[in-house]
Design a protein around this ligand. Structure first.
Ligand code: CAA
Ligand code: NAD
Length: 285
């Protein structure tokens, strides 16, 4: 179904949804950002304003360009209002297949027939989400990276029935968002998550075994391997809950080598989910 994309709806205004909404309105799309509660949307708007300020400070955007982009962004807690005029929906709710399937089923009833559904899942099956809709050829993986305003790549993932038209439309959206893309066939964890989760999990095993402290392991990977952030700094940015959900799925699908480190499980049980709550491996208060 070849249709011009003017309106993008982002579902979920957490760590990723807010950054995706930023990229969407900056690309010139009329953008609706949906979440279940107003206070989350207010926090998201504050965070997006911060990204715009940073872009102006760095000379990437002009104040006029920011005004233009911000005028294209609306928030809502009403799913009908969010999706009924969408040409392209990007889902960024928690990494739980049951939640995503329920949402896709609901969206299928609300969104226009031509609308494409993209999921920002880090690891899960696009085909399984597509199966909850009557539009499987229009369902695709669109995996952004954190922080979404800055990171250059989007992994585009082809589900079993994703059409070439849907891939082309998604590439066009990514291009207008000024991102590079790789297109891959569905497989648990795609390219990046499969590797990144492995490194992050191994770092936790090393911490658990007492090989070194977290700052030492981070320093070694930054200065010895030129990673921009150490694995513990990164997991605090990503969210330990997000990483644990990913590892549980990779363990289930790809086997023993992805068994989540018990120490990480303990951190999640303690509520140490990372920067978003002020405490993860490190303390941010
Ligand atoms: N809009 C556009 N560009 C912006 C911007 C904005 N609002 N704010 C900053 N930038 C640009 C800057 O101009 C700068 O560009 P140059 O390098 O060309 O100068 C670049 O973004 C970096 O910005 P900063 O200087 O502010 O930040 P930094 O140098 O301290 O780097 C970082 C911060 C980009 C987060 C870096 O530490 C990094 O790359 N860390 C690793 C992040 C990572 O691995 N993310 C992936 C996580 S895994 C994931 O997301 C997938 C999953 O499913 C869990
Ligand atoms: P998050 O927990 O920060 O945000 C999720 C948001 O979804 C919350 O604001 C929550 O209120 C909202 N939500 C929950 N159920 C909802 C529903 N039914 N409808 C609408 N909103 C709902 O999570 P996140 O880190 O932004 O991750 C979102 C998705 O993006 C996950 O699939 C994750 O794997 C993926 N992802 C995360 C990162 C990362 O670094 N955090 C990077 C790339 C991809």
């Amino acid at each position: 179904m070849n249709q011009t994309i003017n309106a993008i709806t982002v579902i979920g205004a957490g760590t990723m949804g807010r950054g995706i909404a930023y990229a969407s309105c900056l690309a010139g799309y009329a953008t609706k950002l949906y979440d279940v509660e107003d206070h989350i949307l207010n926090k998201a708007i504050e965070n997006i304003a911060g990204s715009f300020r940073k872009a102006v400070d760095k000379g990437i955007l002009t104040p006029a360009g920011v005004d233009q982009a911000q005028a294209l962004l609306q928030t809502t807690t009403d799913l009908d209002n969010a999706a009924q005029a969408a040409d392209f929906v990007i889902e960024a709710i928690p990494e739980k297949i049951d939640l995503k399937i329920a949402l896709f089923r609901q969206l299928d009833q609300i969104a226009p027939r031509h609308a494409i559904f993209a999921t920002n899942t880090s690891s899960l099956s696009i085909t399984e989400m597509a199966g909850a809709t009557q539009r499987a050829p229009q369902v695709i993986g669109m995996h952004f990276f954190n922080p979404a305003p800055v990171m250059k790549l989007i992994e585009i993932i082809r589900g079993l029935e994703t059409s070439e038209e849907t891939i082309a439309a998604t590439q066009e959206v990514a291009q207008l968002m000024q991102k590079e893309t790789v297109v891959i066939n569905e497989s648990p964890g795609f390219i990046t998550t499969r590797i990144n989760a492995m490194i992050g999990n191994e770092a936790f095993y090393m911490l658990q075994e007492g090989v070194a402290t977290a700052p030492e392991i981070d320093k070694a990977l930054k200065l010895g391997l030129n990673h921009p952030m150490g694995p513990f700094e990164l997991v605090d940015l990503v969210g330990l809950d997000v990483r644990l959900n990913i590892l549980n799925f990779l363990h289930q699908t790809l086997g023993e080598k992805f068994r989540p480190c018990p120490l990480m499980v303990k951190y999640v049980k303690a509520g140490r989910l990372g920067r978003k709550v002020g405490k993860g491996v490190y303390n941010y208060s």
